[in-house]
Design a protein around this ligand. Structure first.
Ligand code: GLC
Length: 561
C-alpha cells in the first residue's frame, strides 16, 4: 500500500469470526450509545410537511387509521428561509404548542439541521453574527471567509474540528429542544456545497484543500479533514443534545460520517430513488454499514426521489420493517408517500408490517443493546452467522435481523415466488410453521401480502402486543416465540429513555431451549439487574408444539413441552 501524503496507520484485526472482528473493531472505533426506544419505532418524513396544519393532519391520520408511528421529521421548510436554528413564523407559528400536542398523542419530533449558515451580515441573524464574531467559520488559506451555496443561498460553514465551535454549535440546539424537539437530523454534511446558487445547476465544490481547520494547537488543512466533517458535526450535535436534554436519550441521524460515527449518530443512506433496484440494493448497503460498526442505519422507505407504485411501496415497507432505522421519506415535488395514499390493500400491508415491527420491538431493542455493548450489527448478512458456508458469501438478497429471524424479500414487480437459501440447521416458516432442514434451497411463495420470513430452530424471539407508539402502555404481557432446537437468548429491558441503565437500572433474562428425548425444555434464568418489572403474564409458545403461560416474577423456571 502507498500514500500520497502523510503517513497512514494500519490496524490489523484478527477474528476469525465476524462477531469477534466487529467486537475488536468497535473497541477501536467506538460503539453506539443505546438509542431511545421510541427511535426504533416507525418514523414518517417528507420534504416537507410544510406547515403546522399539515403536520397535525399527518399525525391524526396515523392514529385514526391505527398505523403505529413514533416520530415525525420536519425537513428544511420548518425554518425561516432555511436559516438554521430558526422557525418559520408563518408555517410554524407556535412550535412549542404543536410539539406538546404531538407529544400528548405519542409522537416525537425530529428537526433537520444543515451545516450551512446563511451569509447575512446586514440582517441581525444571531447565528451568523456570533459565528463571525468568534471566528467559528472555515476560512481560506489567505484568511477570507469561505462561502458556497446551499439551501439558504450564500452560506458559511462552521469548523467542527474545533472543540469551541462544537460546543457553541451543540448548545445552539437548545433553541430546538426547548420547543420539545427530541432528535436532530444532520444533513448535507459531506458538506454538499455548490459554487452557484442551488438549483442553478452549479458544480459541487469543496472547501479549498489548503483551508486551515482545527484548533490553534492542532492546526491542519481541509485535505486532511474533509472526510471528518460529517462525523464532527454529528459529534457536536450529539454532545450538545446530551447537555441540553440531559436526562433523556436523544436521537441523532446523519447523512455523512466516518469510522466511529456510531458513537454519535445513526446514519441513513442518502437520496435513493423509487426504483426496484434501489429497494434491492438497500439491504446489502445496510449490511455493509453494520459490518463497518454502524448498526443503527436505514434507507428511505418508498424511495426519496420519484414516485413509488403501490406494489413497490408495499414491498418496500416489508423490507423497511427490517431496517434498524425504519423511516419513510420522499422528496419535494414527488407524489405523497404515506402508507395510506396507495389504496386499501397497500395500506393494510403497511399496517401489518409496521405492526409486526412493533411486536418485534423487545427483540429489536435487545439487538440495539448488543450493538451498544459489543458492536454487533443489528441487520446481518448470512455470512455473519455462517462464516464457513461459502454459499453465503455472495448472497445479498437475504438478511438476518439478529440471530434468529431471516428474511428473503421480493425485489421485483409481479413476482410471487422466489428461491430462498436456508443454511445448515433447522428453519421454520414464520407464517406457517413449516419446517425445513438446511443447507437447502426452497421456492417460497410470496404473494404481495407476504415477505418470506424464517426463524431458526432454537431461535427465541420476544414479542410485545401491538402499540400505536412505543410508550403507549407498559408491557404487561409478553410472548416468547421459541422454535424447537437448541438455543439461548438474553432479553434486555430498561426504561427505554433515560440514562439510568448506565447506573445498573436494566434487566436481563436468559432463555434456553433444548431437547430432552422427545421433549422440548425451556429454561428461564432468574432475572438480573436493578430495573424493576412488575409481575407480568408471559406466554411461551414452542412453535408447532404448544403454549404455556406463567406469571413472570423474575425467578427461575423450567418448562417442559
Ligand atoms: C437532501 C437530503 C434529503 C432531504 C433534502 C432536503 O437531499 O438527503 O433527505 O429531504 O436534502 O432537506
Amino acid at each position: 500500500m502507498e500514500t500520497r501524503d502523510a503517513e497512514l496507520d494500519y490496524y490489523i484485526i484478527y477474528g476469525p469470526e465476524p462477531a469477534q472482528i466487529l467486537a475488536t473493531y468497535t473497541q477501536l472505533t467506538g460503539r453506539m450509545p443505546l438509542a431511545p426506544k421510541w427511535a426504533l419505532g416507525y418514523h414518517q418524513c417528507r420534504w416537507s410537511y410544510e406547515s403546522e396544519d399539515v403536520v397535525r393532519e399527518l399525525a391524526r391520520e396515523f392514529r385514526d387509521r391505527a398505523i403505529p408511528c413514533d416520530v415525525i421529521h420536519l425537513d428544511i421548510d420548518y425554518m425561516r428561509g432555511y436559516r438554521v436554528f430558526t422557525w418559520s413564523p408563518k408555517r410554524f407559528p407556535d412550535p412549542a404548542k404543536l410539539i406538546a400536542d404531538l407529544k400528548a398523542a405519542g409522537f416525537k419530533v425530529v428537526t433537520i439541521v444543515d451545516p450551512g449558515v446563511k451569509y447575512e451580515p446586514e440582517a441581525d441573524y444571531e447565528i451568523f453574527d456570533r459565528g463571525v464574531e468568534n471566528d467559528y467559520f472555515v476560512r481560506t488559506a489567505d484568511g477570507k471567509l469561505f462561502h458556497g451555496y446551499v439551501w439558504p443561498d450564500k452560506a458559511v460553514f462552521p469548523d467542527f474540528m474545533r472543540p469551541d465551535v462544537r460546543d457553541w454549535w451543540g448548545e445552539l440546539h437548545k433553541s430546538l429542544t426547548d420547543m420539545g424537539v427530541a432528535g436532530i437530523w444532520n444533513d448535507m454534511n459531506e458538506p454538499a456545497i455548490a459554487e452557484r446558487p442551488f438549483g442553478d445547476g452549479g458544480e459541487h465544490i469543496w472547501f479549498p484543500l489548503d483551508a486551515p481547520q482545527g484548533p490553534d494547537d492542532d492546526r491542519t488543512t481541509h485535505a486532511e479533514t474533509h472526510n471528518l466533517y460529517g462525523l464532527m458535526m454529528a459529534k457536536a450535535c450529539a454532545e450538545g443534545l446530551q447537555k441540553v436534554r440531559s436526562g433523556d436519550r436523544s436521537f441523532v441521524l446523519t447523512r455523512s460520517g466516518f469510522a466511529g460515527v456510531q458513537r454519535y449518530s445513526s446514519v441513513w443512506m442518502g437520496d435513493n430513488q423509487s426504483l426496484w433496484d434501489h429497494l434491492e440494493m438497500s439491504l446489502p448497503m445496510l449490511c455493509n454499514m453494520g459490518l463497518s460498526g454502524v448498526a443503527f442505519v436505514g434507507c428511505d422507505i418508498g424511495g426519496f426521489a420519484g414516485n413509488a407504485t403501490a406494489e413497490l411501496f408495499a414491498r418496500w415497507m416489508q423490507v423497511g420493517m427490517l431496517y434498524p432505522l425504519m423511516r419513510g421519506h420522499s422528496a419535494m415535488s414527488t407524489a405523497q408517500h404515506e402508507p395510506w395514499v396507495f389504496g386499501d390493500r397497500t395500506e393494510q400491508i403497511c399496517r401489518e408490517y409496521i405492526n409486526l415491527r412493533y411486536q418485534l420491538l423487545p427483540y429489536i431493542y435487545t439487538l440495539f443493546w448488543e450493538a451498544a455493548i459489543a458492536g454487533t450489527p443489528i441487520l446481518r448478512p448470512l455470512l455473519y452467522h455462517f462464516p464457513r458456508d461459502r454459499t453465503t458469501y455472495q448472497l445479498y438478497d437475504q438478511v438476518l435481523l439478529g440471530p434468529s429471524l431471516m428474511a428473503a424479500p421480493v425485489y421485483r414487480p409481479g413476482v410471487e415466488h422466489r428461491a430462498v437459501y436456508l443454511p445448515e440447521g433447522t428453519w421454520y416458516d414464520w407464517w406457517t410453521g413449516e419446517c425445513y432442514h438446511g443447507p437447502t434451497h426452497i421456492l417460497a411463495h410470496a404473494p404481495l401480502e407476504r415477505m418470506p420470513l424464517y426463524a431458526r430452530g432454537g431461535g427465541i424471539i420476544a414479542i410485545a402486543p401491538v402499540r400505536q407508539f412505543v410508550g403507549e402502555e407498559p408491557l404487561e404481557s409478553l410472548k416468547m416465540r421459541i422454535w424447537p432446537g437448541t438455543g439461548e437468548w438474553t432479553l434486555y429491558e430498561d426504561d427505554g429513555h433515560s440514562f439510568e441503565h448506565e447506573k445498573g437500572v436494566w434487566a436481563t433474562t436468559n432463555y434456553k431451549v433444548y431437547f430432552e428425548g422427545e421433549k422440548v425444555i425451556v429454561e428461564i434464568a432468574a432475572r438480573e439487574g436493578q430495573f424493576l418489572i412488575y409481575e407480568r403474564e408471559v406466554t411461551v409458545e414452542v412453535v408447532g408444539v404448544g403454549e404455556q403461560r406463567f406469571t413472570d416474577d423474575a425467578t427461575v423456571l423450567r418448562l417442559t413441552f
